[in-house]
Design a protein around this ligand. Sequence first.
Ligand code: ATP
Length: 227
Amino acid sequence: MYQLTGVTKRYQRGKEAIDALAGVDLTIADGDQLVVRGPTGGGKSTLLQLLGGLDRATSGTVGLDGTDLGGLSEAALTRVRAATIGFVFQSFNLIPTLSAQENVETALAPLGVKATERARRAAEALESVGLAERLTHLPGELSGGQQQRVAIARALVKQPKVLLADEPTGNLDEDTRDDIVGLLEGLWKELGLTYVLVTHDSSIAKRAPRLAVIRKGRLKVTEREAA
Ligand SMILES: Nc1ncnc2c1ncn2[C@@H]1O[C@H](COP(=O)(O)OP(=O)(O)OP(=O)(O)O)[C@@H](O)[C@H]1O
């Protein structure tokens, strides 16, 4: 469970200070989905970075299962990220010189998983996103949607508790977008993930069970009534 209390993230540029997040309070229960929207520059990516332990708050606490991520050493934070949190980004962030399978395996290396086991689990993860026939392809030999599927397999192969997706469909055409959104939604339900999705897509936001809107660093959450 995430428990954010009074979270502020201040960027200082010369004399100018920007509060990318300003006093954010937020709870996300285990297994819940939260969709995050808002205008450009509102603070969405900053929020995701703090949830993922990629950055630290200037003040306030970002609690994950009772641990304040901001209070951890760099090494401890890296361990939490490697074991607990899967990321999917707009730009896929695959390593161009590695095959689909090798890209997925990179998520298991820091966890000390043995090579044969890594290969087996990576193949299985790629199969679960519909890429069983593409294990040896390089990212450049795959379509955008397929590359994002590899990135999703890489995020999930370590069986994380949390999945954080930052505009995962931003670089995809409309049909592919729906496929990827559907895939992520299916995996969220199947795997019981805590799932935070940043998106500009209004059709996703419309049917989100819980929607957070961030403007100028301030966050407002709307709960959808159960149908
Ligand atoms: N490293 C940084 N240094 C200075 N300012 C930053 C830095 N990163 C972000 N900001 C500022 O913080 C604010 C929030 O940025 P953020 O990237 O979180 O917005 P966003 O809602 O994700 O926007 P977008 O939809 O365009 O991706 C913006 O005003 C941005 O300029």
